[in-house]
Design a protein around this ligand. Structure first.
Ligand code: 6MZ
Length: 359
């Protein structure tokens, strides 16, 4: 269950009420850089995907899952098995394209101006889906959404899952390179999955190849305790951003602070997966204090029942951030996107327009 944000004197003085704060956050242009496609599928989209399958037994099996949607993860270990279930409804290209379009639409309606969606290319022997057809199905969705939701620019990051072998990771990187050259829409790779599976040594060759080809790299790092050696080895690959960074030891922290490597922060995800006890105890506070580059993100907005506007509102209410702080937080994220310089210029202009129109 999500922690309730209590009203406090700061919130009343700076915004009026939590609803006023949330409405400011919705209005603010925002950048989402850490969103897993299958974890971002909303309950509404899941229902539509089930309907489109036209299989009554699937609908029956899903009834209890849908009931507990957005409350299903009570710790990180419970979280990964959830995807077995979600993958049942996204097991072919048509479903992937549909889920992509719907998810982009939801981010767009929430005021997300630039979105880097990430997903793990996943073959399915039963439906004949391959890693390439999976990735192309997402790209088809991105291209279609660029017409229905032109105010949101979308780029794709292909994820490597920690449960994969070196060969499988290299295949995904080769696919990412090919699609980057063909479409310009694939901008990077990510490393995700259960933090205790695999080791940095398995993934290093793929990360190296990605970097050499000009792809950007973001890695889930230090999401849980006691994986210091893995984190240290991952940081040696010089990622362009990291995800979470919850349990960085002094050595890793110094590395990130001196290299100014941006950290993708997922408040609700961390609290719901119980890697952080409460919002108030989140490591975002220390990073803000040190003025370290951070980007507020949702991680899995469907599974966690959150939105990027809510993540901004929670950060503001918890760490006493004023409107100008939130504007600065969202504006700074422009500098950390994996999109081109031209893309960044367009975004900078957009933030400037917002500033001029909103004092
Ligand atoms: C690590 C996560 C994650 O790729 O099928 N994923 N990996 N930590 C997290 N924090 C909560 N949230 C999601 O999206 C689902 C996959 O993303 C990864 C998991 O590997 C999950 O299987 P895609 O679109």
């Amino acid at each position: 269950m999500k922690e309730k944000i209590e009203s406090n004197a700061f919130l009343t003085e700076a915004y009026g009420s939590y609803d006023d704060l949330l409405s400011f956050c919705k209005h603010l242009p925002k950048i989402e850089l850490h969103a897993h496609l299958n974890g971002s599928i909303s309950k509404e989209t899941a229902i539509q995907l089930i309907d489109r399958k036209g299989d009554p037994s699937l609908a029956q099996r899903w009834a209890s899952t849908l009931e507990g949607w957005a409350n299903a993860a009570s710790k990180l270990d419970d979280f990964f098995p959830l995807f077995k279930c979600i993958y049942e409804i996204t097991n072919n290209e048509e479903a992937i394209t549909y889920a992509t379009i719907q998810t982009i639409g939801e981010f767009s309606d929430d005021g997300v101006t630039y979105l880097e969606l990430r997903s793990t290319p996943r073959p399915n022997l039963g439906t004949g889906m391959t890693k390439a057809s999976y990735a192309n199905a997402i790209l088809k969705g991105i291209q279609s959404a660029s017409k229905s939701h032109p105010s949101t620019t979308v780029r794709l990051i292909l994820s490597l899952d920690r449960r994969e072998s070196t060969e499988s990771c290299l295949d995904t990187v080769d696919l990412a390179i090919q699609l980057k050259n063909k479409t310009g829409l694939v901008v990077g790779i990510d490393l995700c999955g259960p933090p205790t599976d695999g080791t940095a040594v398995v993934f290093a060759p793929a990360i190296k190849r990605a970097k050499e080809s000009g792809l950007k790299v973001t890695l889930h790092a230090a999401e849980i305790q006691n994986i210091d050696t893995d984190t240290q080895n991952l940081l040696l690959t010089s990622p362009d951003r990291i995800g979470h960074g919850t349990f960085l030891n002094t050595h890793a922290k110094t590395h990130l602070l001196t290299s100014s490597t941006p950290i993708e922060i997922c408040l609700t995800s961390n609290v719901l997966c119980k890697t952080v006890e409460t919002y108030a105890q989140h490591h975002l506070q220390g990073l803000l204090f040190q003025d370290h580059p951070v980007i507020l993100c949702t991680d899995d907005k469907g599974v966690f029942g959150s939105s990027l506007s809510e993540e901004y509102a929670i950060a503001a209410a918890t760490f006493q951030l004023r409107k100008e702080d939130l504007y600065e937080l969202s504006r700074r994220a422009v500098e950390f996107v994996f999109g081109s310089e031209e893309c960044k210029r367009t975004l900078r202009n957009e933030w400037e327009r917002f500033r001029q129109n909103n004092g």
